[in-house]
Ligand binder design. Sequence first.
Ligand code: PHE
Length: 451
Amino acid sequence: MKEKRSQFGTKLGVIMVTAGSAVGLGNIWRFPYEVGANGGGAFVLLYLIFVFFVGLPVICGEFILGKRSRSGIRGAFEKLHKSRFWGSVGYISILAAVLIMGFYSVVASWTMEYIVQSVEGFSGLSSPEDFHNRFELLTATPVRPVVWTALFLILNYLILIRGVEKGIEKVSNLMMPLLFILLIAFGINSLLLPGAGEGLRFLFHPDFSKLTGEVVLRALGQAFFSLSLGMGCLVTYSSYFKPETPLMRTGISIAVLDTFVAVMAGVMIFPAVFTYGQEPAAGPRLVFEVLPMVFSNMPSGSIWSLVFFVLLFLAALTSIISVSEIIIAYLMDDFGMSRFKACTVHFVISLVFGVVCALSFSSLSDFKIFGFNVFDLFDYVSSNILMPLGGMLLSIFVGWVIKRSIVKEELLAGTSHSGVYRVLATVMAFCLRYVAPVAIAIVMLNCLKGI
Ligand code: PHE
């Protein structure tokens, strides 16, 4: 028998939970490493443009789809328009979700490792090489990362079986405000470092000679990843919304909060990168080598480090919960599984993918596909290919297939219907119809041309 569909409690809860999905390792781990690897300011500028002109409309599109269909991503299209093609589009999202589960749980497991490291202290480490070696020590052996990844997934499983409103809403409500305060404090701390000027220039001064088709695609991919877009995560969450939940306001809050966290993470990281002579293009390990160095140079550093990694871990948890929810809703809706059974099946699948990703820094490090190890491949394919593709199809669906009157009605639901909202709804509908699909198609084709 099908269980009753859950609903979120309060309005603030809705924002906290959806923002809890958006704000995560994507902002604090992935954003700085992508900025560093793709030349700095120009990437950031493009990223911001994509967030507001493509991301925000797609957020609204996902909300409309989920709220209207009251279904997870796989069934959502089909419920609003019967066709074989649209019925199968959701599989792109499910594939993306499974890949993300794999590498995301590994990065989350690093945060757990660094919680323990903070307690032990980083004493005796001073040069960038020391911090690099510490990271290698923790990731380049098979057992530790696998155990941490498994632990993380077990925790995720335990929260998930308790259900949406009890588990997710509580964790998010507590974690988000604390994370904001801490980021602001650390951002200010970094601005006082001698390398602050150079760091800020790297982050905000656009050098357009660094732009290539690949960089543009990566900026788009980062916007999608960070906003949890193009894979039905927000579709799934909005299927738990109440009828009066205001979609545009929630969407704008998420885009602003998420961007703020990413930019603050950049402000915190890059001054330190230049102050301590680290390499901005270090890739996925960047943050895990820079941050401990920042903390070890602060008074009472190990306490700050502990608090920070605990919050980062919680941010990762609220995001991974939302990725899991896509797969669980699919298993429940399409296979009629109970929540418990769906969570268990999902746990086993993620464990397999997580372990393979964890091993890609040790036992499987020589196993490469297109020059990527498994971890990087999952990261690249999900963010830069599957999510934008999912987002493009979704915006075509909401922009062209669903009746315009429905789109407008949903965009205006829960608002005062005043002039400002009407104009906003028109702009949003226009972006969904034209700007988002065309921009995504151009960026993806342009990059294909370069291959
Ligand atoms: N947006 C999340 C983050 O920034 C990651 C995520 C991607 C969550 C896709 C859900 C869906 O960490």
